[in-house]
Design a protein around this ligand. Structure first.
Ligand SMILES: Cc1cc2nc3c(=O)[nH]c(=O)nc-3n(C[C@H](O)[C@H](O)[C@H](O)COP(=O)(O)OP(=O)(O)OC[C@H]3O[C@@H](n4cnc5c(N)ncnc54)[C@H](O)[C@@H]3O)c2cc1C
Length: 381
């Protein structure tokens, strides 16, 4: 179906992202999977091409595109490679960027943003803890003030880019008695004493991204590293979560579409009982249903991206886009595995890896159940 979201500039941008993928990512894909992180040279190359600073003002080295469709295009093209690569880049470009642009002081922007744009400073965001994921108000990592510094103690888990990040935006309780109203965001930087990473976590899928535990043991963080206002961290996070959810939605549907297209080729070529397996009526109807679901879902996601560009995307619509695309992505990939027969269960087939990669999209960045909570609340329930 013809999409109207993108204009010529977005399409040209998409072509340059595809060139970057073909030249720098695909040749190293196997190595990235083995080492379980994206090489710094790839980050720097992305920086050089202007992909990392899409939301960063020009005076700090960004392109300040001021148009989320460029972010969406970047995510879409990267999702054609795998699900984890757009996730690692998305954390930096889509998710951390707004915190560092909109909540920071001039001094902080000058200190952090140039490296952010070049890929010298890779970032992560750490909200989840071993005992608190969905219930963010329940986090236990604390900071107490000592002079003008803050002393951080606690731990985080499942943090994307966590193993290699140079700067991590960390959600911390500064006034535990105030629950959600007592959370502050800190920039914790590589090399700060008492800041340690655990192992790279052994995930079921998404091997390209480094997902790690983080430990804070009396980490002294200067007041200059507080992001936004003290005790307003929860509100800050809620402000930027719709963009995080759009990043997920755009990636989910693009990933599903890429694998659906590959499967279509497969079922045309693979024969059983003397005919292409896609031509049996049962399979033909199943594929027709998936094709319909992909198109309808894409139309909703595109409408949400357009609304986000106009500053009109509601948290409930972002939640709808996130959970629905996760559902459709998993459904599409499950059927695609089935259509590949035994080959669909072999790790050497991309569909098998994609199927494993997709499972987490119903869990992370706010699970499907939490998305439905948000929608239900919006309906007054
Ligand atoms: C690969 C990966 C990467 C991640 N990257 C990051 C990252 O970069 N930064 C970060 O901060 N976090 C990250 N996360 C964490 C992720 O956001 C959490 O795992 C997610 O929010 C769920 O939290 P939890 O794992 O603690 O599950 P829990 O909160 O313990 O939930 C367990 C189950 O209970 C359900 N549940 C919880 N509350 C309710 C409710 N009110 N109603 C109905 N059901 C409910 C959940 O939906 C889920 O099914 C990542 C996770 C993974 C797996």
């Amino acid at each position: 179906m013809r999409r109207t979201l993108y204009g010529p500039d977005h399409r040209a941008f998409g072509e340059s992202v595809q060139e970057f993928v073909d030249r720098y990512v695909t040749p190293r894909h196997e190595k990235i999977i083995e080492q379980r992180f994206i090489d710094r040279e790839i980050w720097k190359q992305a920086g050089e091409l202007g992909f990392l600073g899409l939301e960063i003002p020009e005076e700090y080295g960004g392109s300040a595109a001021g148009d989320y469709r460029f972010n969406a295009k970047l995510t879409e093209v990267l999702s054609g490679v795998s699900a984890a690569i757009p996730s690692a880049f998305g954390i930096h470009v889509d998710i951390v960027a707004p915190y560092l642009v909109h909540l920071t002081t001039e001094e902080q922007r000058q200190r952090w943003l140039p490296g952010f744009c070049t890929g010298d400073t890779v970032t992560a965001i750490a909200m989840t803890e071993p005992a608190a994921g969905s219930d963010l108000a329940g986090i236990k990592t604390t900071a107490r003030q000592e002079g003008s510094d803050w002393i951080l103690n606690g731990s985080k888990t499942f943090i994307t880019n966590g193993f290699n990040a140079d700067l991590v935006v960390v959600a911390v309780k500064t006034s535990p008695e105030k629950k959600a109203k007592g959370i502050t965001l800190f920039a914790v930087e590589k090399g700060m004493e008492g800041f340690e990473r655990g192992r790279k976590l052994d995930k079921v899928g998404q091997p390209e991204s480094d997902t790690a535990e983080l430990f804070f043991s009396d980490v002294r963080v200067p007041a200059e590293n507080v992001i936004g206002e003290v005790d307003r961290g929860f509100i800050h996070m809620m402000t930027f979560l719709p963009q995080e959810r759009m990043n997920c939605a755009v990636s989910n549907i693009a990933h599903a579409r890429a694998l659906f297209d590959e499967t279509l080729t497969y079922v045309t070529e693979r024969k059983a009982f003397g005919q292409a397996v896609g031509s049996f009526q049962y399979n033909k109807f199943t594929i027709a249903e998936l094709s319909t679901q992909l198109d309808v879902t894409q139309a909703f996601v595109d409408a949400c991206v357009a609304a986000h560009c106009d500053g009109e995307l509601s948290p409930a619509d972002a939640a709808k886009a996130k959970w629905w695309t996760a559902e459709i992505q998993n459904k599409v990939l499950d059927v695609c595995v089935q259509l590949h027969g035994g080959y669909g269960f072999m790790n050497e087939y991309r569909i098998a890896q994609a199927w494993k990669d997709a499972r987490v999209t119903k869990i992370w960045a706010g699970s499907n159940e939490i998305m439905k909570e948000i929608i239900g609340r919006d309906l007054g329930l």
